[in-house]
Design a protein around this ligand. Structure first.
Ligand SMILES: [Mg+2]
Length: 446
């Protein structure tokens, strides 16, 4: 086996001042500065890996420190050895006997795991000279399954069952790859309905995205019912009832409140209500689902689901109709694959969360693998799309006719361009220095 030695790891705090324009505002996160902890893995060859986890500004420095605490587990390793035993390496990372106390497999330490694991997959794909979706689809079912740690989920799916699920779809893989290369993977837009946007802006954006070919639109709700009704009406007037409308409450409601509020919005025929309540409340989601399914409203959640064990229970309990994995959360690709496999077995479509820094870039790879190798369908499946921060990446997403086109460049599409790092490193990047000079932000330490 060729030896590619991991010689150095680096992590940067990168922040974009998105709160200045209310981009990304929702019922719970009213002033986010889209940010990330950005990991670079250096090797004794020319090749490097780049990975990130998404954050909202303050607190990124804590994730950065958590990454640093974990680096010793990766430094000095032979990269190909890691990839040959990726499942057990993932377990080593998440079961570090002292660090696991501040998780386990949740919170800051698990976000740091995601950033490091994402960088490792990027490195692997670059070594193989393939985009990650192609790396995933070219792995044999056995190889792919060997990257997953099945601890805590074998009551729902075993390694053998996972291999079987993948084996049945091997023969027409090329055909589906061809379809993807021709038409891409359907996207939906969240950009029409941020809470901070005015009526005119909502209407203008609906018209714009309709013209671009979008057929699914998402609106933020949950702060004020009268205002939600007004904005849903506005969106429905513009997009009609043939197109899809999804709603997202970002965890603001209690259980009974979710049910009552959504009954008031049922006339707008939403496909799903996303994150109605706490991401940890499995039985709460089940109660909401039972009350709202008679209205044909589905339940979606997952962007802040802590790990595969929580996903397992949401799926087992039939508490969700749409499973929304997040590429920068749970423990990166290895753990996300486990969730896709459980969702497939239990018949729940995966519609990935995206939109934050690098999330669109990453989830497209996963969903394309799912289409080629696992679910082999785009029915009831769609990838979230938001047109923000793509310009900072070397290989930004390409969306044509409201579809994500398969990335061509090697890696996980997560490498920032040099200017981005120079400008948006926090707090000393050039843009940040200008912002402080203009008095637009105040340093917390001041
Ligand atoms: Mg959401």
């Amino acid at each position: 086996m060729m030896e590619i030695l991991i010689t150095e790891l680096d992590v940067k705090d990168i922040r974009f001042p998105t709160s200045l324009l209310a981009d990304g505002s929702d019922a719970m996160h009213t002033n986010p500065d889209y940010s990330c902890a950005y990991v670079t893995i250096k090797t004794n060859k020319e090749i490097e890996g780049y990975g990130l986890t998404f954050t909202l500004g303050r607190g990124t420095e804590i994730v950065v420190e958590a990454c640093k605490s974990m680096f010793y587990l990766v430094k000095g390793q032979n990269a190909n050895e890691i990839f040959a035993h990726f499942g057990s390496f993932w377990r080593k990372l998440t079961s570090e006997p002292q660090l696991r106390w501040i998780g386990p497999e949740k919170g800051v330490i698990h976000l740091a795991t995601a950033a490091i694991i994402n960088a490792l997959w990027d490195l692997w794909a670059r070594i193989e000279n393939k985009p990650v979706w192609k790396l995933l689809t070219d792995l044999t079912p056995e190889q792919l399954v060997s990257t997953i740690d099945f601890r805590y989920i074998t009551d729902v799916i075993t390694e053998e069952e996972a291999v079987e699920l993948l084996k049945v779809n091997q023969k027409d893989k090329e055909k589906r790859e061809e379809i993807l290369r021709k038409t891409g993977y359907p996207a939906y837009t969240t950009q029409v309905g941020w809470l901070g946007y005015s009526n005119d802006k909502v209407k203008e954006l609906c018209t714009k995205f309709l013209a671009l070919g979008f057929t699914s639109f998402k609106v933020k709700v949950g702060q004020n019912l009268t205002d939600d009704i007004r904005r849903c009406q506005l969106v429905r007037e513009t997009i009609g009832y043939k197109n899809k409308l999804m709603l997202d409450a970002n965890q603001i409601w209690n259980i009974n409140e979710s049910i009552e509020w959504m009954k008031q919005l049922a006339k707008f025929e939403p496909t799903w209500i996303e994150e109605p309540t706490s991401p940890d409340d499995i039985l709460g989601h089940l109660k909401i689902a039972n009350e709202l399914r008679p209205y044909s409203i589905g339940i979606a959640t997952g962007e802040m689901c802590a790990n595969r064990v929580m996903f397992k229970q949401l799926l087992q309990a039939r508490a969700i109709d749409y499973c929304q994995i997040d590429s920068a959360r749970i423990g990166g690709i290895n753990e996300i694959l486990a969730v896709y496999l459980m969702a497939k077995k239990l018949g729940v479509p995966v519609c990935p969360h995206a939109g934050g820094v690098g999330l669109c870039e990453m989830v497209q790879h996963l969903q394309m693998w799912d289409f080629i190798c696992l679910s082999v369908s785009t029915k009831n499946r769609v990838i979230e799309y938001i047109d923000q921060q793509h310009e900072h990446f070397e290989d930004p997403i390409i969306v044509q006719n409201a579809c994500y086109m398969p990335p061509i460049s090697p890696g996980y599409s997560t490498k920032f361009n040099e200017n981005c790092i120079k400008n948006y490193s926090y707090p000393n990047g050039e843009k940040w220095r200008n912002i402080y000079e203009q008095g637009l932000f105040h340093k917390l330490s001041d």
